[in-house]
Ligand binder design. Structure first.
Ligand SMILES: *Cc1c(COP(=O)(O)O)cnc(C)c1O
Length: 470
């Protein structure tokens, strides 16, 4: 199992260990598998009814190769997805429930910070710790978050001796709940910096600091990390096995999408042989991906703040991984494609001799929903089934509703718990969802010193890192 960078014309193949601690490749590309390991029908059948850890180990091992020994990977997975870290439902880590005719909901948010990002981060944290111990190294990670990534990374890495995590978040914009989730994890190896600016400023700061050779060794935990993408592949297998009657039957997945990380993991599952028919991308008003699927034009668009904020993106970084496939895995073509995008803010597949039909051919479809549609979807599902979903999940379920009759089982991914977004739930239902015990009074315990406030200034941040961290 080898990986290559989407922009590396020399095609140097790396192992899973080589890319685990890295973000971008040195050439600015993203790491993708050189070829996709395959799952045979019999292997899939053998996993039916097995616990999540067994499914995840079988799937992830194929993506890791011999970089982590089988027994070690299996114990990491068992440790990552058990109580009390995850609040299992009927013994399931990612339970699937029926919410309509041929319509299912797969809950990916039973982890410590109540979003699907825990699924990847809990495993990635353990893999990083293993890899650093093996190399006798330690790692300082600098990241930026608009909410969910920050708390998921902190929950996963808190207390590790080999890792120091510095997380930048915007001073305004996060919900009180999200802020409290991060704040309570401050201390020890976790440093929360509140930046006087917006999420984009945080992201730009991270880029600028890492662009300085003196800080180039800093690690990353954002969604372009291959360790994260690959750790999200197993739950598609689990969802599939729970939703189908017969192994081999086709299934559609609906994926609330922002940076194209989650849905790309679904694509990896499909390429590995999981019988997924369509991957249906659901966006909110920030519909860069929906418009790309419809028109073949990938055009950056300034992000507007919505009630499904974790999908508020102006571009979708992981799309580069799919573009690489569409452009015949040719790093030269891909580099040209991305250069056009980076320089002009837009690039059309037509200029590369392709039509948007290539997306449907690869199994992608899309839809978008508005705030009013999210609210209506939350209300409808609650009235029909008594199930409360969060606004991101509602983007997906709403797109499924709007497509009408379903000829194959359609699994909507639930990417966060409604408790994280109480205001929108109150708007839709007139009441707020009951909080799981671990989140009761969360906001009341925020210590005033949990965030260090800094200006959105590169030199100021470098000075802080030099003095306090490195
Ligand atoms: C991050 C996030 C998404 C978007 O996932 P991508 O991998 O960026 O497409 C959707 N929903 C929630 C709740 C998230 O936190």
């Amino acid at each position: 199992m080898k990986l290559v960078s989407t922009r590396d014309a020399n095609g140097s193949a790396l192992s899973y260990s080589d890319v685990l601690l890295a973000g971008l490749a040195p050439d600015g590309g993203l790491y993708v598998p050189e070829s996709y390991p395959q799952f045979m029908h019999e292997e899939l059948s053998a996993l039916k009814g097995m616990p999540y850890a067994a499914i995840a180990s079988a799937v992830k091992q194929k993506l890791v190769g011999d970089a982590i020994p089988q027994g070690v990977l299996r114990s990491m997975i068992e440790d990552a997805y058990r109580t009390p870290t995850f609040e299992l439902e009927n013994g399931e880590v990612t339970p699937v429930t029926e919410i309509g005719d041929n319509l299912y909901l797969q809950n990916l948010s039973l982890g410590p910070t109540a979003s699907f990002k825990d699924m990847a981060m809990q495993l990635l944290g353990r893999e990083m710790e293993y890899e650093l111990a093996r190399k006798g190294e330690s790692l300082v990670i600098l990241g930026a978050t608009s909410g969910d990534t920050g708390s998921a990374a902190e929950a996963a890495l808190s207390g590790l001796e080999s890792v120091t995590l510095i997380m930048l978040s915007p001073e305004v914009g996060m919900s009180a709940f999200q802020r409290a989730q991060m704040g309570q994890l401050s201390g020890g190896n976790i440093h929360n910096l509140s930046i006087r600016g917006r999420f984009d400023d945080c992201q730009d700061l991270v880029k600028a600091v890492k662009g300085d050779p003196a800080f180039a060794h800093l690690g990353a935990v954002n969604s372009i990390n291959w360790g994260r993408i690959s750790s999200q592949v197993p739950y598609y297998f689990s969802g599939y096995l729970q939703a189908v009657k017969e192994i081999g039957d086709p299934v559609d997945f609906v994926v609330p999408s922002g940076n194209f990380g989650n849905v790309f993991s679904g694509y990896v599952a499909k390429r590995m042989g999981l019988p997924i028919r369509n991957l249906i991308i659901a966006t909110n008003e920030n519909d860069v991906l929906h418009r790309l699927m419809q028109t073949g034009v990938y055009a950056q668009k300034e992000a507007t703040i919505t009630s499904s904020p974790s999908m508020d993106i102006s571009k979708a970084s992981n799309y580069e991984r799919l573009a690489f496939e569409l452009l015949d895995c040719d790093p030269k073509k891909l580099a040209e494609y991305m250069q056009t995008f980076n320089q002009t803010g837009a690039v059309s597949l037509a200029d590369f001799g392709l039509t948007p039909a290539i997306f449907a051919h690869a199994g992608f479809e899309s839809g978008a929903s508005s705030h009013a549609e999210r609210v209506a979807t939350i209300k409808r599902l609650y009235e029909e089934r008594g199930v409360v979903i969060d606004p991101h999940t509602a983007d997906g379920v709403g797109v499924a509703y709007s497509r009408g009759k379903r000829d194959v089982p359609t699994v909507c991914l639930a990417t966060a718990l409604p408790v994280k977004f109480e205001d929108t739930i109150r708007e839709a239902l007139g009441v707020v969802p009951e909080r799981p015990a671990r989140f009761v009074n969360l906001e009341d315990n925020l210590r005033p010193d949990s965030f260090t406030v800094l200006d959105a200034d590169v030199e100021g941040l470098k000075a802080y890192l030099r003095e306090r961290i490195i």
